[in-house]
Design a protein around this ligand. Sequence first.
Ligand code: ZN
Ligand code: ZN
Length: 323
Amino acid sequence: MKALMYIGDQQMEVREINAPDGAFLVKVLGCTVCGTDLKTWKQGHPYFKPPTILGHEFYGRVERAPEESGYKPGDYVVVAPYGECGECEMCRSGVPQLCENKDYVETGAFCEMIEVPLSFVERGVIKLEGPDYVYALTEPLACVLTALDQLEIRPSDKVLIVGGGPMGTLAAMTLLEQGVDVRVGEINPKRQEKLREWGIPCETTDHWYAQDKYDKIVVAVNVPALIEEAVRKVKSGGKVHVFAGLPSDTELKIPAKDLHYRFVQIMGCSGFAIPAFRRAFEMIKKNPARYQALITHRFPLEKGQEAMETLAKGEAFKIMIEP
Ligand SMILES: [Zn+2]
Ligand SMILES: [Zn+2]
């Protein structure tokens, strides 16, 4: 089968590799490029050493399935790239995102065929009514829901999302749907235009952080200074969420007085657990057109390199790669 391999040094290359031959196979129809994929391509990643196949936000068509799995060849599905065991200490202590025994699909999804471990099918695979590429966004939306859950947003809260990239936008869309007063802080005029097109209110200057304006601030860009400022400026009793990943040696300067005297809470998360994946799926199903707008570009597998370059230049919002 064809696979788009990340071979290091900002290079992607289509290679012919052996197709998986397991009991449950899914033909990948599309996989969106995640911020993590882009970051890996740009500067490498401790977990994804080249040559490897990236991509984990995908949907597809069942190619092979045993009868007892409840699926048959031809079924359209979206697949969680991983899932928690439900039994380990982390799962039992209410942090399934940090499960120590996760099940994973066998490889990245920028390729033609994916194997799903049989033991994971019931938890990780969801049947679709048809081949709709919007469901590739189930995984990023699940990550967003996880962060929003953590913030315990109340209907009366004023929320600021710093950064109007795909994750920030998904967060804003979700909160708007819940009737929450939310704004996205974004300084890139092209992005502002998109956000307005989608009915998302923007803060376009650096007055984002006007003291005592926001109850919750989600920092969805990887700029440490913006996190530090959010802690100083969020309302007393408010919460700041470190949603964008930062290099692992990043240290933050947080004034202790804001935590102690102003009751500010700071938190963060990454990834998702299966219940959030299922909720994300249901949300997209209710309003697919709204989410589809986020996928602004689609590239065939062969143009994977061009896709990454387009994303790196900031010319696209969410890009889908279609094997
Ligand atoms: Zn992702
Ligand atoms: Zn577990």
